[in-house]
Design a protein around this ligand. Structure first.
Ligand code: C2E
Ligand code: MG
Ligand code: MG
Ligand code: MG
Length: 293
């Protein structure tokens, strides 16, 4: 309870610039120590392949167990981490932790082991030689390269320069998957798809949530799926919450789905129970698991 009211005070209190700056400094200070204090952890959300009807991937999502505020989601701290370059050491930790977990699952589940999808920030790419870091992680663990993928938001991809693009090309050259995350929200041209060696598109949840309700979102979702398929990319829809949305996505030819309907982000042992298992015909009853994100 005390944690809740503390959080509410942060979020609903004084919105002045000074208050915002103080809050960001507090987040930065805490985040700075969160790594060494082991307050960061990853939760994993299953990704269901519709043609195979089984979980073939998971997305790693960062959580911060704040000593006073309880579980803090990335929406509250990723921007601060990115603005101060803290995302570089944090992103390095995320990559190593996710690869470590993926390797454990590979030794436990073999052919049923999921591909691990890791969110990265453009700040980690280019100058910081992400390709070298990824190659090192794969070499150290022996994780098969096809069991790793990186997600970069469209917003970040479009503002990247040459060094970032060549680093991404090197990563893709290793055989690691590269997904454009939040596709459709970049407010920009899509010509970068010609230059970047992308393998996957993830349709942003704002499109999915309007499926069947709203003509524009329905048309846009269909168009993105057609575009992705036409380019030979694997298309994943995120934020799938209802069996109606799942049915429509299946109909439209979407390859994979991810969302609360199929499973929330959850700790490693809980998500492992979904590996290799199919979901069958959608029941409409979403599994109720773990904490809200
Ligand atoms: P994202 O990569 O687009 O991840 C999907 C977000 O949607 C996650 O929020 C997930 O919990 C949420 N989600 C999944 N299914 C549903 C659903 O059915 N309904 C709704 N309403 N939401 C759903 P989360 O975990 O809060 O992460 C937010 C964003 O923070 C991520 O968006 C990603 O851009 C960023 N992020 C998370 N972890 C990392 C990380 O390790 N590194 C970096 N650089 N960014 C991260
Ligand atoms: Mg993502
Ligand atoms: Mg996304
Ligand atoms: Mg998103």
């Amino acid at each position: 309870r005390a944690k809740r009211s503390g959080k509410a005070r942060y979020e609903m209190g004084d919105d002045s610039l000074a208050a915002l700056a103080i809050r960001q400094i507090e987040i930065y200070d805490g985040l700075h120590r969160a790594l060494e204090r082991h307050e960061l952890r990853l939760v994993y959300q299953p990704i269901l392949d519709l043609s195979e009807d089984r979980v073939t991937g998971v997305e790693a999502l960062l959580r911060w167990d704040h000593p006073e505020r309880g579980v803090v989601g990335p929406a509250e701290f990723i921007d601060v981490a990115e603005s101060r370059e803290l995302i570089v050491p944090i992103g390095r930790w995320v990559l190593h932790e996710a690869v470590r977990q993926a390797t454990l699952w590979f030794s436990e589940f073999g052919a049923d082991a999921p591909r691990m999808w890791v969110n990265i920030s453009d700040r980690q790419v280019g100058r910081h030689d992400l390709a070298g870091l990824v190659r090192g992680a794969l070499d150290d663990t022996g994780l098969p390269v096809e069991l790793l993928g990186l997600e970069l938001t469209e917003r970040q991809v479009v503002r990247t320069g040459h060094s970032v693009r060549s680093d991404l090309a090197a990563i893709r050259g290793l055989g690691v998957g590269l997904a454009i995350d939040d596709f459709g929200t970049g407010r920009t041209g899509i010509d970068y798809l010609r230059e970047l060696p992308v393998s996957h598109l993830k349709i942003d949840r704002t499109f999915v949530s309007g499926l069947g309700q709203d003509r524009t979102n329905t048309a846009l979702t269909d168009a993105i799926i057609t575009l992705g398929r036409g380019l030979g990319l694997t298309v994943t829809a995120e934020g799938v919450e209802t069996s109606d949305q799942l049915g429509r996505l299946r109909q439209a030819g979407c390859h994979r789905v991810q969302g609360y309907l199929l499973g929330r982000p959850q700790p490693p042992s809980a998500v492992a129970a979904t590996f290799g298992a199919g979901f069958g015909a959608p029941t409409g009853a979403g599994p109720e698991q773990e904490q809200p994100p």
